[in-house]
Design a protein around this ligand. Sequence first.
Ligand code: ATP
Ligand code: MG
Length: 434
Amino acid sequence: MENYFRKDRSKILLTDANIIATNIANYMDDKNKFDYEIEKKSEEGGYRIIVFDTMGTVINDSNKSDIGKIYIIPEVIDTLKKKDHTVLRKKERRFYSCASILNQKSEKIGAVLIVSSAEEIFSVLDEIRKKLFLITIFTCAIIFVLAFFIANLIMEPLKKILAVLEKISAGQLDQRIEIKNKNEFAQLASSFNKMTNKLAQIENTREEFVSNVSHELKTPLSAIKVLTESMLNEKDIPLDIYREFLSDINSEIDRMTNIVNDLLTLVKLDKKRFPLNISDTNLNNMLENIIKRLTPLADKKNIELEFTCNKNIILQADEMKLSLAISNLIDNGIKYTPSGGKVKINIDSDENFAYITVQDNGIGINESEQEKIFERFYRIDKTRDRETGGTGLGLSITNSTIIMHNGNIKLTSDEGLGTTFVITIPLKCAKQNM
Ligand code: ATP
Ligand code: MG
């Protein structure tokens, strides 16, 4: 702004100086006219006018004070030597505008200097400066207040999340964040809530698992306890009763061993540290071996095992684990099919997948139970299964194994008609998931 004012004023003053210089060039010899012209112009313009000859001597001055003095100031010297120009002397707060006087032959015969106060401009500038300062302070204050509110607005939901996080870390897994609107924080809160749900679910499963394990182990233990106590308390028990009791104890111990072994298998499957031992596996051979192993069991219950395959299937798998997983399915087929029934096993494949189907015409599984049977320790009819000796871990082992092989297991079942399990496993196991 200062620049603008300076240039604008300089231009006006230089024009004035030029006009005066042209006017007085004609009547510099006529003193009265000369003085009158200078006074008049000085009054009109509100500035002091000084006229010099070529030597820098003052020949006229609207203030009358300096006539006859020699001025050696840069503005005058420059104008006489070079060209007209205006300068703002900031310290004095004055403009010095100087134009040369030319005669008819265009020779320099002197110079006109206008000395004009720049006070007006500076006071305007000072005023603007003051106002700008106030505006700046005011704006800063507004920005500060706004920033404070916005920061609070952002921090508020974060604080809530933090508070809930603290409680969760302290073990209160039932904590959830209230979601009111639909912004990013709401999304964060919703993901957070999902995570806490998952945590709570894991915690639940863990508690359930521990209580199931304890329960499962407690039953055979109390049976053993009862048997030994009765042996200790009774005197003179016949040897065959002893034998019977001991054989009962022995079978309870077997049962516990089975549970512990199954649990160990599950833990191993859960831990990613125990990678699958993948190798090219002949599925046909594997099933033939399984069936050979299970045939005595099936024969005992008078159940027919039927194995069909129409091609040779080689897939990449952990032979031991997959074999156990399929055995569990066939074992279930035998266990949950009444005497005289049939368990059909079929293997097939396409370009990418191998399919293993185990179908029985046994008791079937109610639709509401179908999801649950893969859970650990889940058995549909607890009393019945105590007789069959199952731990309820077989299908969880099978399911975990198939998932580790990047496959899936599906079942269809009708109560009273039978059950069909279909395992789908990629022929080439994606090892990065192991
Ligand atoms: P385990 O296999 O550990 O000895 P289990 O056979 O009882 O014990 P799972 O194999 O996990 O346990 O099966 C869970 C439950 O699902 C079984 O108790 C049974 O009630 C039901 N089930 C499994 N397979 C069949 C089937 N083919 N027909 C009917 N019910 C079945
Ligand atoms: Mg089973």
